[in-house]
Design a protein around this ligand. Structure first.
Ligand code: NDP
Length: 485
């Protein structure tokens, strides 16, 4: 056993950087309103988190700019868009999906440049899934009466959509595709740190000849988001981001009769039983927490491992960690890229320091982090207690907290002992145990013998402080419709 788990020998890779020549950045970008580019009074510079290099100047939309965008969306809704036959609406969505596929490499490179995620993830996960969402919802556009029989579905009107920085283009697709399929128009605000793929998406809208005003993109920080939320002529808000901001939005909208869906944080338990295939479980654990640097709301950030297999599992996990390649997001061999922003790095560092102070045992594999940019080594904490901050709070970084359990009841109790309820994972060879756990876990998604699998046909969303409403599948259309019957 010890011999089998000896440290791996150095396995050197030649650098394999994806060329960034396919992306041609403008020096500056305006706000995409009514199919035209508006010049905002205020601007800021968006950077690459991997080396802090400035990439482009983008707009900081003011309340007046947001008002113009909502006006354009209202005009398009009252005009051409809602009068369009649903099958015609579908054609635009199909075109957008095809164009995203055709320009996938350009989008993937830009996503990695601006957000810091490894190119193999933006190329193999973000882009194919973003296109798949447009394809999937294109198919529903002319079938809403069949999807919701005898309920006379109608679009709600203008949707305000606010998205985070962890999956910029994919979150845009999650929001825009169902909204348009249901016949709404949209004002979308990307996250402050990752506006560039949303701005490139405006060029896809131009190519698809989407009528002006159907989709409007306003960049900016939280002030822009707040202006969108409080705008009187927005019929529905869809928000993905932190629980704190989600609660503020809910307070702001209370009593106004507007639609609201919130997809907020998580602290998912990834639960490994003693009969699980350990090597596969290790891959699932790694995918669960180090995918996208752990900037994943449904990340498996708490590993619950059955006590009898703790030692071999942790040994295997540490050994696997030593093979992860941290570095240049554009290198095709990179497994863990850059942390998205200085602020996020600071938050991770603070929580990791708290974990050490509270007595948990830290492990980080030897790895050389680049000197410039924002980086954090893959980290595992053992000896974690339920009360530790690292077991309770969302770290949103490549940091795993390991806890143990003896019985399925204890695993369940610990897994559900969180303010969140977005996702969970169960690793066991017994189907009956998977079903027993899945029925009792308070989590919107439960993965069995896998983790972080996404599909446009499958609803996604949370319980408790992870929010409400579902995105994906038929469920994802409902918040964008109102029903006469
Ligand atoms: P936020 O909730 O602040 O950001 C999400 C989006 O909301 C961004 O577009 C943001 O703009 C916008 N926003 C910020 N303030 C307001 C407001 N008052 N009204 C309306 N919109 C607003 O998340 P952060 O980016 O600050 O990340 C903080 C923490 O949130 C992370 O450490 C992580 O724990 C969690 N998080 C969870 C996500 C999830 O998918 N569930 C995604 C991102 C973060 P801006 O970009 O300018 O801040």
């Amino acid at each position: 056993m010890t011999e089998e788990l000896a440290p791996l020998g150095a396995f050197e890779y030649a650098a394999a950087p994806e060329s960034r020549a396919i992306v041609s950045l403008e020096d500056g970008y305006g706000l995409y309103v009514g199919g035209k580019w508006l010049s905002p009074a205020e601007t800021y510079t968006t950077i690459s988190p991997a080396d802090e290099e400035p990439l482009a100047v983008v707009g900081q939309a003011s309340a007046e700019d947001v008002d113009a965008a909502v006006g354009a969306a209202r005009g398009a809704f009252e005009g051409e868009w809602s009068a369009l036959r649903p099958a015609e609406r579908a054609k635009y969505l199909f075109r957008i999906a095809r164009l995203l596929q055709e320009r996938a490499r350009e989008f993937a490179v830009l996503e990695s440049l601006n957000g810091g995620k490894p190119i193999k993830e933006s190329r193999d996960v973000d882009l194919p899934l973003a296109a798949a969402h447009f394809f999937y919802y294109a198919g529903w556009a002319d079938k809403l009466d069949y999807a919701f029989p005898n309920r006379a579905p109608k679009p709600v009107g203008v949707a305000g959509q606010i998205i985070p920085w962890n999956f910029p283009l994919l979150m845009l697709a999650w929001k825009i595709a169902p909204a348009l399929a249901a016949g709404n128009t949209v004002v979308l605000k990307p996250a402050e740190t990752t506006p560039l793929t949303a701005l490139l998406f405006c060029d896809v809208l131009r190519q698809a000849e989407l009528p002006p005003g159907v989709v409007n993109i306003v960049t900016g920080d939280g002030r822009t988001g707040a202006a969108l939320v409080s705008h009187e002529d927005v019929d529905k808000i869809a928000f993905t981001g932190s629980t704190e901001v989600g609660k503020a939005i809910q307070r702001e909208l209370a009593g106004k009769g507007k639609g609201l869906t919130l997809e907020l944080g998580g602290k998912a338990a990834n639960i490994v039983f003693d009969d699980a295939p350990l090597d596969q479980a290790v891959e699932g654990i790694v995918n669960g927490i180090y995918f996208n640097q752990g900037h994943v709301c449904c990340a498996g950030s708490r590993l619950l491992v059955q006590e009898s297999i703790q030692q071999p599992l942790i040994e295997k996990l540490k050994r696997r960690l030593s093979t992860l390649r941290v570095g240049d997001p554009l290198d095709k061999n990179t497994d863990v890229g850059a942390i998205n922003s200085a602020a996020q790095l600071q938050k991770i560092e603070e929580l990791v320091a708290a974990g050490e102070q509270e007595g948990a045992e830290i492990y980080q594999p030897p790895c050389r982090l680049p000197e410039r940019g924002y980086w954090f080594a893959p980290t595992v904490f053992t000896e974690v207690a339920q009360s530790h901050r690292i077991a309770q709070e969302e770290i949103f970084g490549p940091v795993l907290s390991v806890l143990t359990f003896r019985t399925p009841e204890e695993a369940l109790e610990k897994a559900n002992n969180t303010a969140y309820g977005l996702s969970a994972g169960v690793w066991t060879e017994k189907g009956s145990r998977i079903l027993w756990m899945a029925q009792r876990l308070r989590a919107g998604v439960v993965w069995a013998n896998t983790f972080n699998r996404f599909d446009p046909t499958s609803p996604f969303g949370g319980y408790k402080e992870s929010g409400f409403g579902r995105e994906g599948g038929l469920h994802g259309l409902e918040p964008y419709l109102h029903f006469d019957a």
